[in-house]
Design a protein around this ligand. Structure first.
Ligand SMILES: Cc1cc2nc3c(=O)[nH]c(=O)nc-3n(C[C@H](O)[C@H](O)[C@H](O)COP(=O)(O)OP(=O)(O)OC[C@H]3O[C@@H](n4cnc5c(N)ncnc54)[C@H](O)[C@@H]3O)c2cc1C
Length: 490
């Protein structure tokens, strides 16, 4: 686990020497990094457009050290940003968590794994694979992202359509509060008494506490899994197919969609055998007992044909199924090869609005003069438009951000939400009033105050304006903006 300090106030900077010394006393050895060169990797997360050098990086390796660091920072009024693997795409992690890399317990009887937060998502599945188990939520970044980051962002993935997001697969957490106090929420059982605090912690983007242990549910691998790769000459037809499959009562293990630019980029990168003469490609996975999978494949194939599919391939081996997915899972880096920079948006719409959303994105792409490649979790209605731009061209990054904001506004207008799985972070913070009223936002901030009364954890994220807790209840909104002065961005 790494704990970084965001842009500090001048009064804190003036005390930097004594702060570093105090932190070294808590985390001895190589646990504190304060040289500018060594802190460079911590300046940004996966959204590299936003950067902020931390004042100091702390790498504790036990809950006790985390508790002491937070207690010290609380007393000294020092802001803290926790960081997992730094793959977040919402400007969410300007600081981190790397030494908590141990799986503490594998409990097959209760079908749970108790793990430290720095363990990668994929490592959990790998640790239980020998017994035929896996951890279902599978972000495309699963090889790198940490389970702590997944809980903080309520991450999703291909399999979340059928098996639920992180929130549906996490049973308990140990959390260190900003005061240094350690609390446990949930545990190994599904039912926990009292408020659903686990539900509040999941997706809280590190604003409420630092997660130092996670208990996740593991599932038995399905007997069979096969994938269909279905091409369409119109994106609207592919969107219709998605809606009809779900409407027929079929919940695939995964149902993903790519448009022409994304298909071409992924194929050139991975050579998955994607058809290049289609406008949209659906990858649909069906899993379960073999007989059931065969039956579902026939039904899905028939629905696709009725929707006007132009090509359909069905995987005949595990290697082929993995190849179908390889292109989709590598779509982000594949798009990175065809553009100097790209901005990955993450908004969600009701499934039935897919064609309308895609049509609007096409219009906006033309209006701003920037290419957009669409990759998304179609079954969940979770869009990932990738906006291609060149940061070296004056004004292009601003245009990309404006286009992204308009896409997210479109999602909200269509009855959707600002984020599906990447979180709000800094990137979408100023769009929160598009979706939430003043009352909604102040109520959410009261919750933050209950955990972090001084507003020291992850300041500047999620809320367009973070109010002093004592001021809540006396807020006014002017022209969609909250009226109290903003805390500095980092
Ligand atoms: C190529 C690529 C593909 C991706 N695909 C997906 C995808 O399919 N689905 C998806 O959901 N996301 C995806 N992401 C986004 C990202 O991987 C996830 O949001 C992931 O959960 C972040 O984990 P992390 O360990 O990197 O967290 P970080 O980036 O380090 O942190 C993310 C946020 O969580 C907070 N945080 C981290 N650890 C803790 C902790 N222990 N306690 C408290 N707060 C903490 C941080 O302060 C920050 O606000 C992708 C990213 C990339 C680069």
């Amino acid at each position: 686990m790494t704990i970084l300090m965001p842009a500090p106030d001048q009064t804190v900077l003036d005390r930097r020497g004594s702060i570093v010394a105090a932190l070294r006393a808590i985390v001895p050895g190589e646990g504190v990094i304060d040289s500018a060169a060594e802190m460079v990797p911590y300046e940004s997360d996966g959204l590299m457009a936003y950067r902020q050098p931390p004042m100091v990086v702390v790498l504790p390796d036990s809950t006790e050290q985390v508790s002491k660091v937070l207690k010290y920072c609380f007393e000294q009024g020092i802001k803290v940003v926790p960081r997992g693997s730094g793959t977040s795409l919402s400007g969410g992690a300007l600081l981190g968590l790397g030494k908590f890399k141990r799986i503490r317990e594998i409990d097959f009887d209760n079908r749970v794994v108790v793990t430290e937060p720095g363990v990668t998502n994929l490592a959990i599945s790998q640790a239980v694979a020998h017994a035929g188990f896996y951890y279902a939520p599978d972000p495309s970044s699963q090889i790198a992202c940490s389970i702590g980051g997944n809980v903080a962002e309520n991450s999703g993935g291909v399999h979340c359509l059928k098996y639920g997001m992180t929130t549906n697969n996490v049973l308990g957490c140990e959390i260190v509060l900003m005061t240094g106090e350690v609390i446990r929420v949930g545990g190994k059982s599904i039912e926990a008494g009292g408020y659903d605090l686990m539900g509040i912690i999941t997706g809280s983007e590190g604003l409420l506490g630092v997660i130092t242990e996670v208990t996740v549910r593991i599932l038995q691998k399905p007997e069979t899994a096969r994938a269909l790769m279905v091409g369409f000459s119109e994106v609207e037809a592919a969107g219709e197919c998605v809606a009809r499959i779900i409407g027929a009562g079929i919940i695939p293990g995964g149902m993903e969609m790519m448009d022409r630019p994304a298909i071409h980029a992924a194929e050139a990168f991975v050579h998955a055998g994607y058809p290049l003469d289609v406008e949209a490609l659906l990858i649909i996975e069906l899993d379960g007992p073999g007989v059931e999978v065969d039956e579902l494949i026939s039904r899905v194939e028939a629905i696709a044909q009725a929707c006007g599919s132009t090509t359909c391939r069905i995987s005949t081996s595990e290697a082929e199924r993995n190849l179908f997915w390889a292109g989709r899972k590598a779509a982000f880096p594949a798009v990175g090869r065809i553009s100097p920079d790209y901005l990955c948006m993450d908004g969600t719409i009701p499934r039935g609005k897919l064609p309308a959303a895609l049509a609007r994105i096409r219009e906006l792409s033309a209006k701003y003069g920037l290419r957009v490649a669409n990759v998304f979790h179609a079954g969940d209605g979770n869009l990932h438009p990738l906006i291609l731009y060149d940061a070296n061209q004056p004004g292009e990054m601003q245009r990309a951000e404006d286009l992204g904001a308009d896409i997210l506004r479109t999602c909200v207008e269509l009855g959707g939400v600002l984020t599906g799985e990447h979180g709000v972070g800094i990137e979408k913070r100023d769009l929160m009033p598009e979706m939430f009223s003043e009352i909604d936002l102040s109520q959410q901030q009261r919750l933050k105050c209950a955990f972090d009364a001084k507003g020291l954890l992850n300041p500047g994220k999620v809320f367009p304006t973070l109010h002093r807790c004592a001021e809540l209840g006396r807020m006014h909104v002017h022209a969609g903006k909250l009226a109290f002065p903003e805390l500095p961005r980092f």
